[in-house]
Design a protein around this ligand. Structure first.
Ligand code: DGL
Length: 278
């Protein structure tokens, strides 16, 4: 079973791609909307939430977990991997103690990270823009990828101020959305960015508005399809798939999809139905 979590409904942008690729798997999605946003919270806080949610997902039967949140990936994925993949470390680290013994050592984690590598290969102006939360932009993993993959390229970063709050309220277009998006992407466009990386899973919900302001010449990268492909590869390799990836192999198995929210479950359900169960 695939577990997916995010600080809220943003991770549905990843779920959508994963579900498209693997339509017959079982899913459990957790939106931590009562504690959203994560972006400005401390690393310790985000680690705490991520551990608690992971415990829940594993207890419910997840054997692979997509951390469909760049901020939680930056803060917590190494702690989660360490806790679940190496029981010896688990004992000394003293965390994630509630899972029954046999389950601990085979939970896999797939994370999100701003896609600076493909962006660097696509830019013509030599300037790329990265939109993400403060937590993601200060993460060591992102900073080292930026260092490695963007040599000779100017990287302009900006927090999508207010984006997450808009998306959680279901506002993705119209004057309020346009005003909010304009403020954060204008600095990237003014700096000459011709590629914008969406480094937060809430931001793809605003892609229409971002496009409207940035224009058609600016490329926008959402890493969700690449993450879905990577997940399918890992599951195939580990023998975790119920069926083979891709609809060509669809054998008519019914997926089981369960949605949980620490906030308002109706908002999660409505967004899910709009985005995934059209
Ligand atoms: N959707 C999340 C991310 O990808 C978190 C946004 C937030 O809660 O601030 O970073």
């Amino acid at each position: 079973m695939i577990g997916i979590f995010d600080s809220g409904i943003g991770g549905l942008s990843v779920f959508k791609e994963v579900y498209r690729m693997l339509p017959e798997e079982h899913y459990i999605y957790y939106a931590d909307s009562a504690h959203c946003p994560y972006g400005e919270k401390s690393r310790e806080y985000v680690i705490g939430r991520s551990k608690e949610i992971t415990e829940f997902l594993v207890r419910e039967g997840a054997d692979i977990i997509v951390v469909a949140c760049n901020t939680a990936t930056a803060a917590a994925i190494s702690v989660l991997r360490e806790g679940y993949s190496d029981p010896a470390k688990l004992e000394t680290a003293g965390h994630l103690l509630e899972i029954s013994e046999g389950r601990r050592d085979h939970v896999k984690f797939i994370g999100m990270e701003p896609a600076v590598k493909p962006a660097a290969g696509m830019t013509r102006t030599g300037v790329i823009g990265v939109l993400a939360t403060a937590g993601t932009l200060s993460g060591t993993k992102y900073r080292s990828s930026r260092e490695t993959f963007t040599k000779g390229i100017k990287v302009v970063e900006h927090v999508g101020n207010g984006f997450v709050e808009l998306v959680e309220k279901g506002i993705t277009e119209g004057p309020e959305a346009e005003m909010t998006v304009e403020k954060s992407i204008r600095p990237l466009l003014d700096a000459g960015a011709d590629v914008i990386v969406l480094g937060c899973t809430h931001y793809p919900f605003l892609i229409g508005t971002i496009r409207k302001i940035a224009g058609n010449d600016v490329k926008i990268i959402d890493p969700a399809p690449a993450v879905a492909r990577h997940l399918a590869d890992v599951m195939k390799e580990d023998g975790l798939l119920r069926t083979s990836p891709g609809s060509d192999y669809a054998s008519g198995l019914k997926p089981d999809i369960r949605l949980f929210s620490s906030g308002n479950p109706r908002i999660l359900e409505e967004s899910f139905n709009k985005l995934i169960r059209r």
